[in-house]
Design a protein around this ligand. Structure first.
Ligand code: GFB
Length: 336
């Protein structure tokens, strides 16, 4: 991939897309093609085809997606399956039609069966039932993998798929209704500290185990794979994770320490736990030449700093206007 190659990064304002753009720019790539969802609605096939015909990207990072935490997945199943299917199908088909040299599709570790043996190897795909809270999203992501495989097999395309574990980093969603656990807990502990609240409420039982990868590590993996690997090297897809996990209670302990909150934790068992564990086996990625570098506590510290500087936790003085912040972020969340 030459430094002047025409590279389309879809979803460049999101957690993953923005990290890929930072990595490409750091490595000296000068010809990035970027479109906001308002400029290009990837759910509309005609718009996508017009865009590929006009811009002729040589490489595509398919990072655009409808994403959210456990409650968002459970509340908006129709958008999670429909939007993701349309985005993937339209982009992958157009990449084939307009001769893209290589495409990299981003999936998720929720594609695996709820009770898969741990750590989860790539071969465990489609060997059991999915976790119900995110089944529609998982089906869409499995379809993305199968779209890439089908075009590779039938037309000799060079489409790669990667399955990252739970991600966190700059430009994450900090809205308490729709976010993932890590940004949610940073916000909850920060607001409780500033407002001197005696307790913070966590969802579920705190027992589920999760693996967390800093998005800059993922971005390094995606650019590395694009530069060095073809789909034949990768296999159908490759897991991207750290290889270690911890309980939600342990995660809360780290975030509480980083934020400096001294109150207590309470669990709201009316909220879902989701899958009990989803630790990825990352030996395939290691064999290909990549491994995670950013430690969890360091990563959380840097994200907390980023969130303070960018005022995404409160108005800078500990005050938050829940109705307004909720309206804005839910609006952004629903606008792919
Ligand atoms: O990150 P999270 O929303 O998604 O939740 P999943 C992880 C765990 O943290 C669950 C608990 O057991 C939650 O109940 N949790 C505790 C909280 N407190 C909170 C909180 O304040 N907010 C949130 N959000 N969780 C998602 C999937 O699953 O993971 C997506 O729904 C995607 O499809 C993503 O795959 C990576 O890890 O359960």
């Amino acid at each position: 991939m030459k430094n002047t190659a025409r590279i389309y990064v879809s979803g460049h304002r999101g957690l993953v897309g923005s990290a890929i753009v930072r990595e490409l720019e750091n490595q000296g790539y000068t010809n990035l093609i970027l479109r906001t969802s308002r400029e290009l609605d990837l759910r509309r096939q005609e718009r996508v085809e017009e865009f590929f015909a006009a811009e002729k990207p040589e490489y595509v990072f398919l990072a655009a997606a409808k994403v959210g935490g456990i409650l968002a997945n459970n509340t908006y199943p129709a958008e999670f399956i429909y939007d993701n299917l349309m985005i993937e199908a339209n982009t992958i088909k157009a990449a084939h039609k307009y001769g893209v040299r290589k495409l990299l599709f981003l999936g998720s570790s929720c594609i695996y069966p709820k009770f898969a043996p741990q750590p989860i190897k790539e071969e465990y795909l489609l060997t059991g039932e999915l976790e119900p809270t995110n089944e529609p999203y998982a089906i869409a992501k499995i379809t993305g993998i199968k779209l890439c495989s089908a075009f590779n097999r039938q037309y000799g395309s060079n489409f790669l798929s990667v399955m990252p574990t739970n991600l966190y980093g700059p430009n994450d969603n900090f809205d308490l209704e729709t976010s993932h656990v890590l940004p949610a807990l940073i916000k909850k502990f920060h607001v409780a500290k500033v407002q001197a609240k005696p307790e913070v409420v966590l969802w579920g039982t705190g027992k589920p185990l999760r693996e967390f990868l800093h998005v800059d590590d993922l971005a390094r993996a995606t650019v590395y794979l694009m530069q060095n690997c073809d789909n034949k090297d990768v296999g159908e897809f490759v897991n991207i994770g750290t290889g270690t996990d911890l309980s939600i209670l342990e995660l809360a302990g780290i975030i509480r320490r980083v934020v400096g909150y001294e109150g207590s934790l309470v669990f709201d068992a009316t909220k879902p736990d989701g899958t009990p564990r989803k630790l990825l086996d990352v030996s395939r990625a290691k064999k290909l030449g990549w491994e995670a570098k950013i430690g969890l506590e360091d990563g959380i510290r840097s994200v907390y700093q980023w969130a303070l500087e960018n005022k995404v936790l409160d108005n800078g003085d500990g005050s938050i206007r829940p109705s307004e912040s909720c309206r804005i972020s839910v609006g952004r969340f629903l606008d792919v």
